[in-house]
Structure formats: structure tokens, C-alpha cells
Design a protein around this ligand. Structure first.
Ligand code: GLV
Length: 317
């Protein structure tokens, strides 16, 4: 029986599934493992079922035992793992696509709506009993009839587009390459990010975190938005330069921001916590029982397939 380290506590049924197939080392207390602990605990294992909370960089990978043949990441994003360093050591890296698309697109819509309709101020007013209905109380921006720019038209970007269409938004996008007509539907492709930004009354970040997308929404990029744009980020914190964003939220260039993911989670840029036009959530994109169970089971299946066949359809390196 192969032995695996599961770095974080999973939903019970998924841990049980894994323990039927593998000899498992579980993290009962769900403490975050340091890099050294991860290396040490995985020493006698054949694989690691990791989470986005572990940074498995080139240094960690160089120190992993030769026994380790697979890192199965319990997430669709794999920016936490140096996949090239893993490849050089012949370690397969896998992710959990598809199963979290709907849940994440729902959160993308929630934060877009929360930002546009001033939910942070509204919730605070209710909690402090400091409100009465007036004709102009907390007027926000309406999605219906507006343009939504989507950065990254992969599965999640397209699922956001689908939902936004039903809100009566017109869809624009920028992606590494143009989609087929069938996938694109009525969405308008932009050849450059600047072109997309310039029509984005609303903007949803749905691309992966890579070297190219790091701080892609920076001071220069923000200048291209129409004045008063509403932005949402349900992908990874890496895409936003927080200093530039906080400045734009303060001076009104950006009307509001809905955000579920952060640079250096669980830390949050302090500006986001004090500005009334920021609607924050604690990385809840895939957080439904149905989705988290499906993700964990897929992460286990990826390992099972890999050990049985030497391959796995969700290998990313
Ligand atoms: C969640 O953020 C994921 O990448 O799965």
C-alpha cells in the first residue's frame, strides 16, 4: 500500500476514502505545517496531498525524499507549487479542476454584487442600527445593462460569464488565446489587457496566478479602467498590486472592490479592512460541502490513478 501525507484536515468522508486506498498520515489538529515539517513528515511517503496553504517552492522540492512521486494539490490553482522544479525531480503535480467551477463562479458574483451594491456599508449600518430608509440611501451601481470584463476565460471565467449574462451584462474578455465561437458565445474578445480594461465598467479576475499575471492589475493598468469601475477578484491575490488598488479606491478611480483572495493570505492589506467600498470574504470560493468533498475526492483519485497507471488526467507539469 502506498503511503501519503495529507497536509491539512479534509472532510471526514474524504479522509476515510483516502485511508481505504492508502496508508495515510493525517493532520488531525489541522495545524499549518512549516516547510521543514512538510519535508520531515513526508520523508517516508510516496505522495503528498497538499493544500493551497503550503508553499512548495523549489527549495522545498529539492529537499523532498526521493520516494515522493506525486504532489496532488487540493485546489484548482497550483501557484503554491513550483511545478517546474517538481518536474525536474520527476514529481507529478495534479490539481482539481471542474468540480469547483460553479461554487467559485457563485462567489465571484457575490463579491461583484457586494461591491457594486455597497454591501459593506449596508451590513455595518444594520449592525450599528444606524439607518433609515431614504430615497437616496446607499445607492450603488447596477449590473444590468453594464459591461463586464473578464480576465481569464477558462472554466471559471466562462461560468462567471454565464451568470453575468443572466444579469443582463454584456461580456468582454482577455485571455491567452481567443476562445472558439462555441465557448465564446456572444463575448467580445480583446487583443490586449488595456483594451479590455478600457471597456470594463465591471471587471472580474479569473486567471491563474503565474509569473506573467503577478500584479497585472497595477498602477499603470488601473489608469485604463473607466472612472468608477467595480472590480472583483475571486482567483488569487497575486494579480493585484494592493498599494495601487487601495490608492485607486481612495481617490474614486475605482468605485469599489469585491475580494475573496489576498496576497500573503491570511494577511490582508490593512487598507482593505478600513475602506467602506471594499467587500471582503475569507477565501470562500470553493467552500460548499458538495464542492470541497468533490475536490478532496478528486485529489485522492488523482493519486490513485497516478499510482495505478503512472498517469493522471489532471497532471499540470
Ligand atoms: C481555490 O482557491 C482553488 O484554487 O481551488
Amino acid at each position: 500500500m502506498k503511503k501519503i501525507l495529507i497536509t491539512r484536515k479534509l472532510i471526514k468522508s474524504s479522509e476515510e476514502l483516502a485511508s481505504k486506498i492508502f496508508e495515510t498520515k493525517l493532520n488531525k489538529k489541522d495545524d499549518l505545517l512549516t516547510k521543514d515539517e512538510l519535508i520531515k513528515k513526508s520523508e517516508d511517503c510516496d505522495g503528498i496531498l497538499s493544500s493551497l496553504t503550503e508553499k512548495i517552492d523549489a527549495d522545498v522540492i529539492s529537499k523532498l525524499s526521493d520516494k515522493i512521486k506525486i504532489i496532488s494539490n487540493f485546489a484548482v490553482g497550483f501557484g503554491n507549487i513550483d511545478i517546474n522544479a517538481a518536474k525536474k525531480r520527476n514529481i507529478a503535480v495534479t490539481n482539481t479542476p471542474d468540480v469547483l467551477t460553479d461554487a467559485t463562479a457563485e462567489i465571484a458574483m457575490l463579491i461583484l454584487l457586494g461591491a457594486a451594491r455597497r454591501a459593506t456599508e449596508g451590513i455595518k449600518a444594520v449592525h450599528t442600527k444606524n439607518w433609515k430608509w431614504t430615497a437616496d440611501f446607499l445607492m450603488g451601481k447596477q449590473l444590468t445593462g453594464s459591461r463586464l470584463g473578464i480576465l481569464g476565460m477558462g472554466r471559471i471565467g466562462r461560468a462567471v460569464a454565464e451568470r453575468a449574462r443572466s444579469f443582463g451584462m454584456s461580456i468582454h474578455y482577455f485571455n491567452r488565446s481567443r476562445l472558439s465561437k462555441e465557448l465564446e458565445k456572444d463575448a467580445i474578445y480583446h487583443k490586449s489587457l488595456e483594451s479590455l480594461l478600457s471597456v470594463s465598467d465591471f471587471f472580474s479576475i479569473n486567471c491563474p496566478a503565474t509569473e506573467e499575471t503577478k500584479h497585472i492589475i497595477n498602477k499603470e493598468a488601473i489608469k485604463f479602467f473607466p472612472d468608477g469601475a467595480v472590480i472583483s477578484n475571486s482567483a488569487r491575490g497575486d494579480m493585484i498590486d494592493d498599494e495601487a488598488m487601495v490608492e485607486a479606491l481612495k481617490n474614486g478611480k475605482i468605485y469599489s472592490l469585491g475580494i475573496d483572495v489576498y496576497n500573503g493570505e491570511p494577511n490582508i492589506h490593512p487598507g482593505y479592512l478600513v475602506l467602506p467600498n471594499v467587500f471582503v470574504l475569507p477565501h470562500l470560493g470553493s467552500a460548499t460541502k458538495k464542492t470541497r468533498t468533490a475536490m478532496a475526492n478528486l485529489a485522492v483519485d488523482n493519486m490513485k490513478d497516478f499510482f495505478q497507471t503512472g498517469k493522471c488526467k489532471n497532471q499540470v507539469n
